[in-house]
Design a protein around this ligand. Structure first.
Ligand code: ATP
Ligand code: MG
Ligand code: FE
Length: 347
């Protein structure tokens, strides 16, 4: 089977072609960073327009680079949520059009399932595994039992981890997108220079909270001399605080995951924030300590891409799970629970 995947849920317009026998054949990602940069964050209206103007040529490019023809495709997979609704509609409508004209199945993919399966693009990462999903809009710990079979162990009660990185960068004017810029500045700073809170560490759950940390960063920056050295120290201290929170919650989740299972134990870190090397190092240490083998997707598959959507499409097609043309675009769509497929948007 050959699947075309389409991703347009945030500020990346992306298309990819995956082949069951030959693997990933193409992976095109057009970032809109330049368009959003002046605003220090993603502007939904600008994102929707950019997706509309680029989607056709990005899809064409993915087909050309894969060296296949449209008639070779077995199915079309597109992100149908969660995300910014204008973008999601754009990608989903393009997919529906192709599905009708080529007379092949449509697969409406949950963007978060794409992130969840992303390590399987490059590694033999078998189910079940513990998943730490840390992205621009989500921070969750999930047990992944199989395709479409997810149990949430914990999630953020306020901001997502990526959001905290983006806001920290904005407060100190480090540039957009925030994550990579904070990481760059943090490398030059002392991570013990500034004392920041570690919310919820004493809680008996796997939930996260990052809103308090963001406020503390803003206050600390205002109180500082706002020099480059102060920025670097604050970025490093912030990154360390996020790392401590992720590690603590992950340890708790690892204990829960192991409770009714025998090994080998696998641990996946996915989503844009999984690109962060400091976080990778600490989480890798934690995993080793608790007898888990760690899987990090390569950097190009951490942030938004269509390869992971195409893979989710391929796995769904193989399992016979295709969708009908009335599949809705969903601004919200939790990954866990079978509400994920049938219930109206919620949570
Ligand atoms: P979601 O997947 O929850 O719908 P999204 O698709 O916008 O949200 P991703 O594209 O998966 O999120 O990730 C983007 C986020 O990852 C941004 O918040 C960005 O700052 C963060 N990020 C990217 N690189 C790094 C890094 N090196 N360190 C920390 N954060 C990073
Ligand atoms: Mg982006
Ligand atoms: Fe994402």
């Amino acid at each position: 089977a050959i699947i075309l995947g389409i991703e347009s849920s945030c500020d990346e317009t992306a298309a990819a072609v995956i082949c069951e026998e030959r693997g990933l054949l193409s992976n095109i990602v057009a970032s809109q960073d330049e368009a959003h940069s002046p605003f220090g964050g993603v502007v939904p209206e600008i994102a929707a327009r950019a997706h509309m103007s680029k989607i056709e040529s990005i899809i064409d490019q993915a087909i050309t680079e894969a060296d296949v023809d449209y008639i070779d495709l077995s199915a079309i997979a597109a992100t149908s949520g969660p995300g910014l609704i204008g973008g999601v509609i754009t990608g989903l409508m393009a997919a529906k059009g192709l599905s009708v004209s080529l007379n092949i199945p449509l697969i409406a993919v949950n963007h978060l399932e794409g992130h969840a399966l992303s390590p399987r693009l490059t590694e033999d990462c078998a189910f079940p595994y513990l998943l730490l999903l840390v992205s621009g809009g989500h921070s969750q710990l999930l047990s992944v039992q199989g395709l479409g079979d997810y149990t949430r162990l914990g999630s953020t009660i306020d901001d997502a981890a990526g959001e905290a990185f983006d806001k920290t960068a904005k407060v100190m004017s480090l540039g957009f997108p925030g994550g990579p810029n904070v990481e760059r500045w943090a490398a030059k700073g002392d991570d013990r220079a500034i004392r920041l809170p570690r919310p919820l560490l004493d809680r008996d759950s796997c939930d996260f909270s990052f809103a308090g940390l963001k406020t503390a960063v803003a206050r600390a920056f205002e109180a500082s001399d706002q020099s480059d050295a102060a920025k670097a120290d604050l970025a490093a201290s912030f990154q360390r605080a996020v790392s401590d929170c992720l590690v603590d919650r992950t340890e708790r989740a690892m204990k829960a995951f192991k409770q009714h299972r025998t090994g080998p134990y696998r641990f996946v870190v996915a989503g844009g924030v999984a690109a962060n090397q400091t976080l990778r190092d600490s989480l890798n240490n934690t995993a080793q300590h608790h007898d888990f083998q760690t899987f990090f997707p390569p950097l190009e598959f951490c942030g938004d891409n269509a390869a992971m959507i195409a893979l989710a499409g391929l796995e769904r097609l193989s399992a016979g799970r295709i969708d009908t043309l009335d599949a809705p675009a969903r601004p919200r769509w939790p990954l866990d629970g079978d509400s994920a497929r049938t219930a109206p948007a919620s949570g």
